[in-house]
Write a protein that binds this ligand. Structure first.
Ligand code: GLU
Length: 304
């Protein structure tokens, strides 16, 4: 498959959508990102990389980090984790409070904010130096030691993270947070602030596409079955209340973030990452979804 040419053609084909949507502005540091950017990168399990456009520009991965924190939590807790977080699609916005109240502090899944705030609490319990340890894990996955947090993005979000603070308080009220709320939120925002390029992300997601190889990165180990289950949760819950639409249009497990990034996998073949800051009403990258839809349509490669 000539992925390089396919990505080039896709880039051309999606240019008419370049002005659609707008970047996340509820996080002031993200509102300042130049929205006129588009990058994409495929990394195959044979080790070939196909970059296109702004594939080497670092951006804020935001909720894509939730896949990494889920992997770490599952490696520490195994199925015990599911006592504190469910694994059903939410059908509500990523930062919704309503469902959490009705369901008495058990988040619908690990990929909405409430679920990921619980994951942050779990990681604080297990990691000796949480900030350093999490970063080392992500760097090992991506094979890039220059990956880092952006503390400015984290504090910009924390300064007006009223909704996430409300979620954390509700979780604490229902005894689903053990640590101090301030500490948990600080770590949660920091994990969201990690900056990676499309090529970093494609490489970091490759182990999720590659069941054959053991998952073992900086002491975080998962069985093939656990990797498969993370992929299943990406498929059903990776795109907020647009997970069904993404499945329908693209047909790959993946995860998006409000920085405009999307990472997805084609099991046993490749991982792909795409980034463009303008988001649709559900918080997913307009050009990113379009590009992935074209990729699986042109190549006729999807899990369905
Ligand atoms: N840091 C963002 C928030 O908590 C992440 C949201 C996202 O990317 O879905 O609102």
């Amino acid at each position: 498959m000539n992925y390089q040419q396919i990505l080039k053609d896709i880039h051309q084909a999606i240019l008419p959508y370049a002005q659609e949507g707008k970047q996340a502005d509820y996080i002031p540091a993200l509102a300042r990102v130049n929205p006129e950017q588009f990058g994409m990168c495929i990394h195959t399990i044979q080790g070939r990389t196909f970059p296109e456009g702004d594939a080497f520009v670092p951006f804020s991965i935001q909720s894509i980090s939730k896949v990494f924190s889920l992997a770490a939590c599952l490696s520490f807790e195994g199925d015990e984790l599911w006592r504190r977080v469910s694994k059903e699609p939410s059908g509500t916005a990523f930062n919704s409070l309503i469902q959490l109240e009705v369901e008495k502090g058990i988040p619908r899944n690990p990929f909405i904010n409430a679920g990921a705030i619980v994951l942050a609490d779990v990681l604080l319990k297990h990691l000796k130096h949480p900030e350093d340890d999490f970063l080392r894990f992500v760097r090992a996955l991506a094979g890039n030691n220059r990956i880092d947090y952006n503390p400015e993005v984290a504090s910009s979000e924390q300064a007006c993270g009223y909704l996430n603070a409300a979620i954390a308080n509700l979780l604490k009220y229902h005894h689903n947070i053990e640590g101090e709320i301030e500490r948990v939120l600080h770590f949660y925002f920091l994990m969201c602030s990690v900056e990676m390029t499309c090529c970093d992300l494609a490489r970091a997601f490759l182990p999720f596409a590659n069941h054959q190889k053991p998952f073992d990165f900086d002491g975080i180990r998962l069985t093939a079955s656990q990797v498969k289950r993370i992929n299943a949760i990406m498929q059903t819950c990776g795109f907020y209340d647009e997970a069904g639409e993404f499945s329908y249009l693209v047909g790959l497990p993946g995860k998006s973030g409000v920085g405009g990034g999307i990472a997805a996998i084609y099991p046993k073949r490749y991982a792909v990452a795409v980034w463009s800051p303008r988001l649709n009403a559900k918080g997913n990258s307009v050009m990113g979804i379009k590009a992935l839809e074209l990729l699986t349509t042109e190549t006729q490669e999807s899990i369905f």
